[in-house]
Ligand binder design. Structure first.
Ligand SMILES: C[S@@+](CC[C@H](N)C(=O)[O-])C[C@H]1O[C@@H](n2cnc3c(N)ncnc32)[C@H](O)[C@@H]1O
Ligand code: SF4
Ligand code: SF4
Length: 446
């Protein structure tokens, strides 16, 4: 459910207040329909309702403390702050959150109508241009060639994201550091209080980090495609690995880990499925004080490619090599628990995702996502469920529409190409998968 009152900016620059009437009637109707069978869903909906409701119109009717949702938000923020600061509270808080999510997922398997869209992260491909030519990618070549999102469009998205309480905006591409207005986009996100981060190939980061940091950049995730010659061959540009490392070093020298988080996105493919590749990324991550995310090579994203003759894609005969690799990952994670972004259970599931691909039956929580292409197209997830185009309507008109909720439900039921996106959170939220892979992680790392 979106906010009943929200701003719509028109081409003439005016901002109009738009009212979505009778939302409480919809809520009551849903109750009558029996959609609120799960306690966690009721709680989540009530919180979401409070978070996105403008209390101004209720002021004459009720005496809400200082009549402001701001107070509630502040209390919630203080609670979050306390949990983060007191190490002993973090893990029980996470355990409660995860158990609640698992309860909700199992209820939704019986009553799929419980599933609704709740956008947490918006990923925006701000440009389709790229300065590399990776074997596994079509950007900079034949995917939306030349497309680029204007600053105003991205600003509108950020405004709508702020109004909807979205907790993260990811700016990427293509290569986002080629967009002339990236700095203004970050600045706008900061002004609106929407946490934004950038996914980049890192080559221009050293040159731009000073002004991007000044505009609010605090986190970058960086595509890591091997080391030395392997990298240069993969990106099809000679001498780029040296520049890549120099650029990351320049950024790290200028800003320490408490000022700028760096995450290396390790592309896990048939080519990088070996001990040497893992040792290399671990070494670089330690030097840069960076974290590592494992991105399994894709088979269904429209902008990725499996390489000539599918050289990057795993085959059934790779199963034992992939299992050995996952075991190494798990041991590395035991030695350095904070180095990896995902849980042991999620790492233990990598061989199944890599080999079984679309046969995996883990419900998808893509209802928390929105993907925006450089041509303005809006989809629920990175792969599918088209919802509209920003050149025709604003994001605020798309969010929490009937088709948005329907897409979230379809994603949950895997009526889609069944990719491995969001595999970490999907494993965590799905009780049976979580139990299997937690056990496997414990056995593997012995
Ligand atoms: C499409 S790239 C765009 C941002 C930037 N140009 C870069 O290379 O990081 C975004 C992320 O997708 C991941 N990625 C790249 N190629 C991939 C592939 N073939 N399969 C799966 N993930 C891939 C990498 O983790 C990369 O950081
Ligand atoms: S993966 Fe990133 S760096 Fe490589 S071609 Fe695609 S967009 Fe460019
Ligand atoms: S599993 Fe399906 S819904 Fe989920 S991200 Fe992949 S294609 Fe989208």
């Amino acid at each position: 459910m979106r906010s009943p009152v929200h701003d719509i900016a028109t081409a003439d620059g005016a901002v109009h207040r738009r009212r979505q009437p009778f939302r409480w009637v919809q809520f009551a109707y849903a109750l009558l329909q029996g959609r609120y069978a799960s306690l966690s869903t009721v709680i989540d909906d009530v919180l979401f309702f409070f978070k996105t409701t403008s209390w101004d119109r209720f002021r004459p009717l009720i005496c809400f403390p200082s009549c402001s949702w701001g107070v509630v938000l502040r209390v919630a923020n203080i609670a979050r702050h306390v949990v983060r600061r007191v190490p002993g509270l973090l893990s029980p808080a996470r355990a409660i959150r995860d158990a609640t999510e698992r309860a909700r997922t199992s209820a939704s398997l019986t009553w799929p109508q419980l599933v609704r869209a709740r956008t947490e992260k918006i990923t925006i491909a701000i440009t389709a241009h790229c300065n590399l030519r990776c074997t596994g990618c079509r950007y900079g070549r034949d995917f939306m060639p030349g497309a680029i999102l204007p600053l105003d469009t991205v600003r509108d998205v950020i405004d709508d994201a702020a109004a909807a309480g979205v907790s993260a905006v990811r700016l990427y591409g293509g290569e986002p550091l080629l967009h002339p207005d990236l700095e203004q986009m970050l600045d706008h996100a900061r002004t609106r209080g929407v946490p934004a981060y950038v996914t980049t190939n890192g080559l221009l980061l050293g040159q731009q980090v000073e002004r991007l940091h000044a505009a609010g950049l605090r986190k970058v995730t960086v595509g890591y495609y091997g080391d030395e010659q392997t990298y240069d061959t993969y990106v099809q540009r000679p001498g780029r690995y040296v520049r890549f490392v120099q650029s990351l070093w320049a950024a790290r020298r200028r800003f320490g880990p408490d000022q700028l988080q760096i995450q290396l996105n390790f592309l896990f493919s048939r080519v990088s499925c070996n001990a040497g590749a893992l040792d290399a990324v671990l070494a670089l991550a330690r030097e840069l004080d960076a974290r590592i995310q494992v991105d399994i090579v894709h088979y269904s994203l429209p902008y990725f490619h499996e390489g000539p003759d599918r050289v990057l894609q795993f085959r059934p005969e790779d199963a034992s090599a992939v299992r050995r690799f996952a075991a190494r990952l798990l041991r590395a994670q035991m030695r350095e628990p904070d180095r990896f972004t995902e849980s042991a259970a999620s790492l233990a599931a990598i061989p199944d995702w890599a080999i079984n691909g679309p046969a995996m039956q883990v419900p998808c929580d893509a209802g928390k996502l929105i993907w925006i292409g450089a041509d303005g197209s809006v989809k629920l997830c990175y792969v599918t469920f088209p919802l509209g185009n920003l050149h025709e309507k604003r994001l605020s008109e798309i969010l929490y529409s009937q088709s948005h909720h329907a897409a979230a439900r379809s994603a949950f039921q895997l009526n889609c190409p069944r990719c491995h996106c969001e595999r970490g959170s999907r494993i965590e939220k799905h009780g049976p998968s979580h139990a299997i892979y937690r056990k496997r992680a414990a056995e593997t790392s012995l």
